[in-house]
Structures are given as C-alpha cells and as structure tokens.
Design a protein around this ligand. Structure first.
Ligand SMILES: NC(=O)c1ccc[n+]([C@@H]2O[C@H](COP(=O)([O-])OP(=O)(O)OC[C@H]3O[C@@H](n4cnc5c(N)ncnc54)[C@H](OP(=O)(O)O)[C@@H]3O)[C@@H](O)[C@H]2O)c1
Ligand SMILES: *[C@@H]1O[C@H](CO)[C@@H](O)[C@H](O)[C@H]1NC(C)=O
Length: 295
C-alpha cells in the first residue's frame, strides 16, 4: 500500500516536472543554422531535414543512395531551406565518415548542429543468429561511425558553440529481444554520449549533447520489419522529427518520443525488471517471429 502511494506520488511529480520544464522554442533557433543530418534519404532523417528546411536552415544531407538524396534536397529547397546539399557516403567505412565532415566544412564553412540518425539495415528482426560478423557490422554502422563523425566535427562544433543530437531508441535503454545486435549498438551510443556529456561538463568544455529515445515510429523500414510481429501501433514520423528538432535546438539532455510510451517504462526499469520484461514480451507476437536460424 505504502509502496503504491510512493509510486503514485512519484508519477505525479514526474508529470508536473514534464509540463513545468517545457521551454519556448522559436524558429529563430533554426534559421540560418548549418546542420548536418545523417541517414536523411528516407525515414525520420528525411523528416528532420524537411522540418529544418521549413525553418530556413542550411542543411547538409548524407546517406548511400544519391537519387533519393537528390529528391530530398529538392524538396528542402522548395520548403524554404537557406541552402540544401548532400554528400553520398557509406557509414560502414570510417574514411567516408571523415569525408562527410570535410565536405560539410568545404560547403558550409562550419557546422552548428550535428544530427546523427542513420542506422544500418543489415540486421534481420528475429532470434539472434550467433553471428559475430553481424554484430561487428552493426556496431560499425550504428556506433563507430557516430563516434568518428563526432570527433571529426568537434573543432567546428566548438567554434560555433554548436551541439550534437543523437537518435537512439528504447532498444538503447531496455533489453530488446529479436534485435540483439541493434540493441547492443544503441546501448553503446547511450553509454558513450552520456559519459562524454558528463565528462565535458566536469572539464567545463561546452558541448551540449541531446539523446533522443524513440518508441515505435511509422517509417517504411520499421513498419515492414515489424508487420505482424508486434501489437504496438507506430507514431507519426513527422511529429517525431519535430520533437527531435525542438529538443535538440533547446539543448535538452534527452528527448522521449512518444513520451508516454517511453519515459514511464524506462523509469520502472531498475525497480521492476520482471514487470518490464513481462510488458516487453506482451508487445511481440512471438509465434509470428521466425524461430529458425539462417542456414
Ligand atoms: N522507426 C522506428 O521505429 C525507430 C524506433 C526507435 C529508434 N529509431 C531510430 O531512428 C533512426 C532513424 O530510423 P528510421 O526508421 O528512419 O530508419 P530508415 O528509414 O531505415 O532510414 C535509415 C537511413 O540510414 C541510411 N543508411 C543506412 N545504412 C547506411 C550506411 N551504411 N551508410 C550511410 N547511411 C546509411 C539510409 O539511407 P541509404 O539506404 O540511402 O544509405 C536511410 O537514410 C535510427 O537511428 C533508428 O535507430 C527508429
Ligand atoms: C573506404 O572509403 C575510401 C574513400 O571513399 C575508399 O578509398 C576505400 O576503398 C573504402 N574502404 C573499403 C574497405 O571499402
């Protein structure tokens, strides 16, 4: 009974804090800013680019597919971007990650915000394959390239007093069955960037880092991968992109989207791991998820 009251009071306090903490966000925070968005040929990254374009940013896009990037650049210009360009690069190659930052510098003369969003598509959604190569490849694209991009851009970001925005996932906070290598890469991001944030603060070096913790979002990739395998319903990618941009520009430590299906369950994680595991299990239709290993 007492425990229940404590939990209830804490939840009320959490809600109050959530609404109290809302700060004003204005388009001036974006207009004229030079912003690099990775993984922006489709999905959430594409929507982030449009959101920034509408508010008049200079956007630099990157991904592997040139034709898609050309289309997104054109749409950014139509929406009102101060400028829009792209660089084709594969984030499994760290030389290419360095090249992205160099081309950004050559094209825009500096960088105000680095939005790290890309994610490799190599992993299948299903039982872990006991395949080390798959884990290494996932870590390369989803984690090491983020580190490379950040350290290559560090000088420019410090010069502009800019910030880094990292797109993470519930899979970076909670155990995530059927996407084991992906979850490992997202946990790695969370550990790296939250430790770095604290270290820089202690050293009085100013580099705000925003980590966006996302639930299930209706991008083509996610919906195709999870179709028939989850009972959750996806949230709109455009609203998601807006939440990431807003939190990033306000230099918040973290963004939770959608708030009510991410924050409360993360809040329970270390107190009631069995409950969290039970709820996670309920979110998947395990009978529809392939049990066999790839040959
Ligand atoms: N959708 C969700 O439900 C969900 C939930 C939680 C977190 N998130 C996170 O949100 C972010 C975006 O997800 P999304 O659903 O929008 O993904 P998506 O639609 O599949 O887009 C992934 C982007 O990454 C690029 N990419 C993939 N492999 C690459 C590589 N090797 N080198 C360079 N670029 C590469 C893709 O472009 P190319 O193919 O042209 O290279 C594409 O632009 C990710 O960090 C993801 O973990 C998504
Ligand atoms: C990595 O990218 C560089 C520059 O684009 C290229 O020269 C090199 O061959 C690539 N490495 C691999 C292993 O593909």
């Amino acid at each position: 009974m007492v425990a229940r009251w404590i939990l209830f009071s804490l939840l009320v306090a959490l809600c109050a804090y959530h609404f109290y903490r809302e700060k004003p966000f204005t388009e001036d925070m974006v207009r004229g800013k030079r912003i690099l968005v990775t993984g922006s040929s489709m999905g959430i990254g594409e929507q982030i680019a449009y959101e920034l374009a509408r508010m008049g940013a200079h956007v630099m896009l990157t991904a592997r597919r040139e034709k898609q990037l050309q289309e997104v650049v054109q749409k950014c210009l139509d929406l009102g971007a101060s400028s829009a360009q792209f660089v084709v690069a594969d984030m499994s190659n760290m030389t290419e990650a360095q090249k992205v930052i160099k081309e950004t510098k050559d094209a825009m003369g500096g960088l105000d915000h680095l939005i790290l969003n890309h994610v490799g598509k190599t992993f299948p959604f299903g039982p872990f394959q006991w395949d080390l190569e798959q884990v290494i490849e996932t870590m390369r694209v989803n984690f090491f390239s983020y580190v490379q991009l950040t350290l290559s851009a560090l000088d420019m970001l410090q010069e502009s007093r800019g910030s880094v925005i990292v797109v993470s996932s519930m899979a970076g906070r909670l155990p995530s069955p059927f996407s084991v290598p992906y979850a490992a890469s997202k946990f790695a991001l969370e550990g790296f960037y939250s430790s770095l944030r604290t270290e820089l603060r202690l050293l009085k070096a100013e580099l705000p880092i925003t980590v966006a913790v996302l639930g299930y979002i209706d991008t083509d990739t996610a919906v195709n991968v999870l179709k028939g395998k989850t009972s959750l319903s996806p949230s709109p990618k455009m609203e998601c992109a807006r939440a990431i941009v807003k939190g990033g520009m306000l230099r918040e430590r973290e963004v939770f989207y959608p708030y009510w299906s991410t924050k409360p369950i993360i809040f329970l994680r270390d107190w009631m791991p069995e409950l969290v595991e039970y709820l996670t299990g309920r979110a998947f239709q395990v009978e529809n998820i392939a049990q066999k290993r790839d040959p």
